[in-house]
Write a protein that binds this ligand. Structure first.
Ligand code: AHG
Ligand code: MN
Ligand code: MN
Length: 335
């Protein structure tokens, strides 16, 4: 008798948490688990095959696309389309929404938002990357065509969200709004196995994570807050993959910041498929997530699918302290 709980077993057991559940969300989550294994295989093989390096084109946000981004995107889309549980996707790698044709006998009501590969500049140098996903339920009638507006839901409407961190091991972390659980891929049996049950973020921690290279491009109160972190002798860690940086903070406590800069006046990270899913997970684990205007990320209106946002996310006491610090500094400065 072993004590291993696989991702599939866990998802099925949790289905009863949802009243009137028909198993569609369960099916969708399992398909994402399969897609994660496929992407994992390619991430691991990336050094051996010719899929490293820039693809040559630019993505919808005007950034260079890596070949592995394209591959991960294709595989995720393929798996989600085959599942029949998903009616459409927004992906970082596609300028427009992708609408799946209706499958015979299925009323797919779930939509997926996706950053297929996060931290893609890390790929060529064998450093951690991730995948982020969020699941929404469409609010319009299932027999009408899916439109961009269907995707413009607030983060607080998320039904489920998760990420996969491709690091020293591969870990999938997800929530359906009833706690956060983590599953480590056991390559010997090819299964994600429950390894981190009911994850709770520490109230505070010793880490801060920010691209300090942009220090002079931040607003003055943000600069003062970063000085404060340094004064406190917090340890600076910045991998350059939001998934990997926040993964550390989720487990060890700390604060992650991507503030607005002179180049990215609204922040760089994408609200719909980066900030919202990660904020949902962190809040479910007892943490907090706000933007540079101190507004809760999950309450922000989404006005376009590739919209950017600033973000401050992590241990609750540290986010509170940052708010207090910035408010006090701003008031002092104004008076
Ligand atoms: P992506 O690879 O999906 O485009 O995301 C990169 C993002 C995020 O993951 C990371 O934290 C951030 O960009 C790094 O940006 P800087 O290089 O500006 O610090
Ligand atoms: Mn990203
Ligand atoms: Mn990406």
């Amino acid at each position: 008798m072993n004590n291993i709980v696989t991702l599939d077993e866990f998802i099925i057991k949790r289905q009863k948490d949802f009243q009137y559940s028909s198993g569609e969300l369960t099916g969708l989550l399992r398909d994402i688990g399969v897609a994660a294994k496929i992407v994992n295989r390619e991430v691991n093989r990336a050094g051996l095959v010719n899929i490293l390096g820039e693809f040559g084109s630019e993505n919808a946000s005007g950034e260079k696309v890596q070949k592995l981004d394209v591959y991960a995107n294709e595989k995720m889309i393929e798996c989600l389309q085959n599942s029949g549980e998903c009616c459409g996707i927004v992906s970082e790698e596609n300028e427009n929404i992708i609408v799946f044709p209706k499958m015979e006998g299925k009323d797919s009501k779930y939509m997926v938002v996706l950053d297929p590969l996060d931290g893609s500049s890390n790929i060529d140098v064998n450093v951690s990357v991730g995948t982020i996903f969020g699941i929404y339920r469409r609010k319009t009638k299932y027999d009408t065509p899916l439109t961009v507006e269907d995707f413009l839901q607030k983060g607080s409407d998320l039904v489920a969200a998760g990420y996969v961190s491709f690091g020293t091991s591969t870990i999938l972390v997800y929530t359906t709004g009833k706690g956060v659980n983590g599953f480590t891929l056991d390559p010997s049996i090819g299964e994600f196995c429950l390894s981190h049950r009911d994850i709770m973020i520490p109230d505070k921690g010793n880490y801060y994570s920010v691209n300090q290279g942009y220090y002079l491009k931040f607003d003055v109160e943000m600069r003062r807050y970063i000085d404060h972190c340094s004064d406190l002798n917090l340890r600076l860690r910045y991998i350059g993959s939001m998934v990997s940086d926040i993964h550390r903070i989720l487990f060890q406590g700390g604060i992650y910041l991507y503030p607005k800069t002179r180049k990215y006046i609204n922040g760089k990270l994408r609200l719909l498929y980066e900030c919202n899913p990660m904020s949902f997970i962190v809040e479910q684990a007892g943490g907090k997530a706000i933007d540079g205007n101190l507004e809760r990320i999950l309450d922000k209106e989404v006005t376009s699918i590739h919209e950017r946002s600033s973000i401050i996310i992590g241990s609750p006491l540290m986010v509170d302290e940052m708010v207090e610090f910035v408010s006090r500094y701003t008031n002092d400065f104004m008076s």
